[in-house]
Design a protein around this ligand. Structure first.
Ligand code: NAD
Length: 365
């Protein structure tokens, strides 16, 4: 028997810029043409972005091949949509030098990013996030993917964008419930990484609910700084990146058992309170901290209790299937303090017994 060793050189470090502003997308297309003169551009967006006028605002009079996801939202986040996108690109004779411009919320970004990751073994993607979830979270960090018929985000790839353009003006047309729920990810970022940011959110909640552009730009900047720092330290979620899942263990279970009646951010709000109840049980937190965390969530109008229609046993069974579960039980991210995630023995996600979680769920109804 003979052997050949294949030495794969380390993948080159990659970096990209997140540009944040108000009203920036109307002037963006010429800039993209200038920066990527050799690349054929292909826009992926959804029907709501078209009717809200954002696609027109982006491409202007340019005749750009475009794939419009319809119906918008999670129902279209499956592999068949990705296949339709890449086959449309093939039919338009797009090659490896093409560039996908993803205009939309987290579903558009996840689908388009995954299409970019696999088309001709990988092409460039630029994200233009248009929801509070996408501007705070999903457009940064390179997680892409789609749902299977069995679970959420079952297929996917890490595929970092070439650039991200955040235009807070696009949020002005977003439905109020979506807008508010997406801001929970901002509260989450503040809680795990920056107490001054949490103070800022407490102080500026009214302006935020009025969709004040200056405040929206400020929080976009703070969110991206936090997410970028965590992703740079642990790009493929071996350890520290798990802190971004704060509130998501109970949250994902509630979202999924509700059959997506609860929006992601709404479910995470419940999960954040759940994590705090666990912390209190373990003497890591007191009632004052819990009350302080509840306040901005209540102002956002998101739930902080599990709806009575969701059965505890279903939540527990769903947690057993959590993507990050080890031995059929997930780990939990907790807070040391407001603005500081708990790290013990070098680990950022922690073993919590089933009994403690079950008692916590009881207290969350
Ligand atoms: P979404 O993309 O489905 O958007 C919500 C709704 O708002 C849709 O109907 C959409 O058409 C509409 N919409 C979007 N922007 C609009 C605008 N500016 N004006 C009017 N309507 C607009 O939902 P989302 O909350 O942005 O994203 C949720 C998805 O993101 C989930 O699939 C989740 O798994 C994923 N996600 C991914 C990451 C990641 O790191 N990749 C992180 C968090 C969430």
């Amino acid at each position: 028997m003979s052997e050949v060793e294949v030495i794969v050189p380390a993948v080159a470090e990659s970096s990209y810029k997140i540009h944040i502003g108000s009203g920036i997308i109307s002037a963006l297309w010429p800039q993209l043409e200038k920066q990527h003169p050799q690349s054929q551009k292909f826009v992926v967006t959804d029907a709501n972005l078209v009717s809200a006028g954002h696609l027109q605002n982006l491409v202007g009079k340019n005749n750009v091949p475009t794939f419009v996801i319809d119906p918008p939202g999670e129902v279209s986040k499956h592999i068949n949509t990705v296949v339709s996108i890449i086959e449309t690109m093939e039919k338009a004779f797009l090659g490896r030098d093409s560039l996908i411009v993803a205009l939309g919320g987290g579903t558009v970004g996840d689908i388009a990013g995954f299409a970019a990751a696999i088309f001709k073994r990988g092409i460039k993607v630029v994200h233009i996030p248009t929801t509070t979830v996408a501007q705070a979270d999903s457009s940064v960090g390179g997680k892409t993917g789609v749902d299977s018929t069995i679970s959420k985000n079952a297929f996917g790839a890490f595929w970092q964008p070439t650039a991200v353009y955040i235009d807070v003006e696009t949020l002005k047309t977003l439905d109020d419930r979506q807008y508010r729920a997406g801001l929970v990810e901002s509260v989450k970022h503040a809680l795990i990484a920056d107490s001054a940011y949490f103070n800022f959110l407490e102080t500026n909640m009214s302006a935020l609910l009025n969709r004040d552009s200056a405040v929206l730009e400020e929080i976009a900047y703070k969110n991206c700084k936090i997410k970028a720092a965590v992703v740079a330290e642990d790009p493929t979620e071996k350890n520290k990146r798990r802190i971004l899942n704060f509130g998501h263990t109970i949250g994902h279970a509630a979202e999924s058992v509700s059959e997506f009646e609860l929006l992601h951010g709404e479910a995470v709000a419940i999960g954040i309170i759940g994590a705090e109840l666990i912390a209190r049980k373990l003497d890591l937190a007191d009632d004052n901290r819990l009350d302080r965390i509840k306040k901005p969530l209540k102002k956002l109008g998101v739930p902080v209790r599990i709806p009575a229609t969701l059965a505890k046993k279903d939540l527990i069974n769903t947690m057993k299937c959590d993507k990050k579960a080890v031995g059929q039980w997930p780990k939990f991210v907790l807070l040391e303090n407001i603005g500081v995630a708990l790290c013990r023995n070098g680990q950022w996600a922690h073993d919590i017994s089933k009994d403690v979680v079950a008692e916590t769920l009881d207290a969350l109804y």
